[in-house]
Design a protein around this ligand. Structure first.
Ligand SMILES: Nc1ncnc2c1ncn2[C@@H]1O[C@H](COP(=O)(O)OP(=O)(O)OP(=O)(O)O)[C@@H](O)[C@H]1O
Ligand code: SF4
Ligand SMILES: [Mg+2]
Length: 364
């Protein structure tokens, strides 16, 4: 599924934050189930898009993947080795290879540091990657690689635009020559025109450096052009995962279908033919996840079975044994293929020469 060589394999990943009461004697009264059992594999050189609404656990998942915090349960295997069990030197070596690019270029860069110091900071933690005397040269090279002027190495973040700041964040992410980049909404804070530039840059860097990406976004339209596969997250779990074509053109999970129905469609004719699915109710709290299918409180197809049984993330019964694009993993008891975004119609043939020009406007 995940390409020729699996570089990262995530199984049963869980992160629960305890909810406590009391000041002196803290008593746990529950847990925020931010990430609640996530499984996926990432192939070398592949981009896996992760999409879901605010609060579904995307940033928590990102922090777990780069080992910024330990999981409550589950494993993250990098080239076969479970990185959640590493410590000391072994952990440091792995961290170098899995880097993160953050969402907000306005707050993630230290305003009091020059760009040169920001991009070169990872070398302070990993001096073995670049000897001290060579760091400035490397930083200039990195600035050039991400399309910034190396002469601006002594400038401060506020002297750059939002798109340029995100390039600084990407240059920093590349400094240690990682194999995997986990990008947490890297373009969400940018204008639409700048979003495309940053995505194109990331695609070029991927080819140039053979990078594997986990690319997080809250909107399916953003990840479409960069992802080989896409996973849709809801309340801490992946509810549907498949190739670009499977998810965008043959979604089978009602939640994916609802998200797709809100994606902007450039073709006005296709936009008119598309049916908008408006979900009722709010996303439940991750501290109080519904029984059975966690999407059932907002699903227009929910039945009794959905209250009682958790649907597994697997090829649904009705598509098992088939080979079509609907036969991909979808956590729904009643999965059905639904094309939400209609295919673009072929361009109309040029009208034939009218025999009687007076009648032409009546045809329709
Ligand atoms: N350190 C923490 N302690 C307690 N709860 C947390 C912590 N970090 C995240 N959460 C909770 O976990 C849930 C998932 O948060 P997370 O930031 O991962 O979501 P997200 O999908 O990245 O959202 P957004 O799209 O808004 O960035 C939220 O309910 C959040 O309040
Ligand atoms: S399992 Fe039931 S509630 Fe969940 S998505 Fe499918 S139909 Fe909806
Ligand atoms: Mg987030």
């Amino acid at each position: 599924m995940a390409g020729p060589e699996t570089i990262l394999e995530v199984s049963g990943l869980v992160k629960h934050y305890p909810l406590t009461r009391g000041i002196l004697f803290k008593k746990q009264i529950g847990a925020v189930r931010a990430v609640d059992g996530v499984d996926f594999a990432l192939g070398r050189g592949e981009t896996l898009g992760i999409v879901g609404e605010s609060g579904c656990g995307k940033s928590t998942l990102a922090r777990l993947l780069v080992n910024l915090e330990p999981p409550t349960a589950g494993s993250i295997r990098y080239k076969g080795e479970d990185i959640t069990r590493l410590s000391g030197r072994a952990l440091k070596a792995v961290r170098r290879n899995i880097q993160m690019v953050f969402q907000d270029p306005y707050t993630s860069l230290n305003p009091r540091m020059t760009v040169g110091d920001i991009v070169g900071e990872p070398y302070e933690i990993h001096p073995e990657v670049a000897p001290k005397g060579d760091r400035r040269r490397r930083v200039r090279e990195l600035l050039d690689v991400v399309g910034l002027n190396p002469e601006h190495i002594n400038r401060y973040p506020h002297q750059f635009s939002g798109g340029q700041r995100q390039r600084i964040g990407i240059a920093r992410g590349l400094a240690l020559r990682p194999e995997i980049i986990v990008a947490d909404e890297p373009v969400s804070a940018l204008d639409v025109s700048v979003q495309a530039q940053v995505i194109n840059l990331m695609a070029r860097l991927q080819d140039e450096f053979g990078l594997s990406y986990v690319f997080i976004a809250h909107d399916l339209s953003i990840v479409r052009h960069i992802s080989d596969r896409v996973g849709v997250m809801y309340l801490g779990k992946i509810v549907e995962i498949g190739t670009d074509e499977e998810i965008y053109e043959h979604p089978t999970h009602p939640y994916t279908q609802a998200l797709l129905s809100a994606v902007p469609v450039p073709d006005p004719a296709a936009r008119e033919r598309r049916e908008r699915i408006i979900l009722s109710g709010d996303v439940p709290s991750p501290a109080d996840i519904p029984s059975g299918c966690r999407f059932r409180t907002r699903c227009w197809k929910a039945r009794e079975r959905c209250v009682l049984q958790v649907p597994p993330l697997a090829v649904p019964e009705e598509f098992r044994g088939t080979t079509g694009p609907a036969a991909h993993d979808s956590a729904c008891h009643f999965a059905e293929e639904m094309r939400v975004v209609p295919p673009e119609e072929p361009p109309e043939k040029p009208p034939e020469e009218p025999h009687n020009s007076a009648n032409t406007h009546e045809v329709r």
